[in-house]
Ligand binder design. Sequence first.
Ligand SMILES: Cc1cc2nc3c(=O)[nH]c(=O)nc-3n(C[C@H](O)[C@H](O)[C@H](O)COP(=O)(O)OP(=O)(O)OC[C@H]3O[C@@H](n4cnc5c(N)ncnc54)[C@H](O)[C@@H]3O)c2cc1C
Length: 352
Amino acid sequence: MQELHDAPLAPLTTLRIGGPAGRLVTATTDDEVVAVVRAADQAGEPLLVLGGGSNLVIGDAGFPGTVLRIATKGFALDGTTLELAAGEVWSDAVDTAVLEHGLAGIEFLAGIPGSAGATPVQNVGAYGQEVSQTITEVVAYDRRAGETVTVSAEDCAFAYRHSRFKAEPDRWVVLRVRFALEDADGMSTPVRYAEAARTMGVGPGERVELRAAREAVLKLRSGKGMVLDPEDHDTWSAGSFFTNPILTEAEHAAFLARVAERLGADVQAPAYEAGAGHKKTSAAWLIDKAGFTKGYGAGPARLSTKHTLALTNRGTATAADLLALAREIQTGVADAFGVTLVNEPVMVGVSL
Ligand SMILES: Cc1cc2nc3c(=O)[nH]c(=O)nc-3n(C[C@H](O)[C@H](O)[C@H](O)COP(=O)(O)OP(=O)(O)OC[C@H]3O[C@@H](n4cnc5c(N)ncnc54)[C@H](O)[C@@H]3O)c2cc1C
């Protein structure tokens, strides 16, 4: 177990933003993780659990307590059941499952940065797959009960970019995640996402070769700056900065009226089914149509030149710079369309 004091956190995040940790502890076994959490809780010390730092905006003042960096390792396959230690690099685990074992279920989640342990936290998803579709159990340390428990998928309260773990951030530390994958003879799960289906020349609902699915997704993601590349500032982000708004039918009708008023009656805003009585629209579309086009911004924090949904650090941005841009966009979209965007990344010591 490694321990550092007054350690810089910015290099441990994909945004490369944020002040130092009072204490930074790196744990490499589940026992170490639990011991650090217990000790911090007993001492009444603030605790921040850190995976790959790809969904975090850490304030410029840093984090005064203990930052626990989870660096546990473990990829265990039993038939089609996969158990990953929380510290496994998610995209490497996807590659191994797909390329070495020919297993389907997480192939459309290739290239997503961060750790396996964080995937249930916001029910990571892309291109029609979400981890909630394959997770069977999460082994987690329950800080309230002071014990390690196994949480079944039904008890994870998975929703769009949400879960019980995100709802109760000071309660759970994920140690292991179990997935039920599928052996589909080298084929993917049915393609659900229209853009991915189009790219692969199939109709929605068809299966494609597993490796081809992974490659297509990586190509689509790279084109949007959504695969980490230290040389490319468009990827110095936390991925999508805002979630896609989910509107009630009444809100959606009011929104469509605003769209017609502002952009003309012939303009169609993206709309997707989002459960009974709800519609989801696209945050990226709203941002663009409110006038914040790709590359928007004049300072060190700007929109990605490849995707309006990624707020990026062009090299010297602070959390204050990034949040000023985020607020400008949030206000601009609300003024234009009456929809309040909600941040997807977790804010540490700051808020929008
Ligand atoms: C370029 C880019 C593209 C992205 N694309 C996508 C995408 O397509 N889909 C998507 O869903 N997300 C995407 N993201 C967001 C991000 O990759 C995911 O949310 C990822 O799961 C975060 O993992 P992490 O280990 O980096 O978590 P961190 O950023 O380290 O932490 C995020 C939150 O999870 C908590 N946490 C981390 N590990 C644990 C644990 N073991 N137990 C309990 N809590 C924990 C932290 O305390 C924090 O609250 C993208 C990010 C980037 C930078």
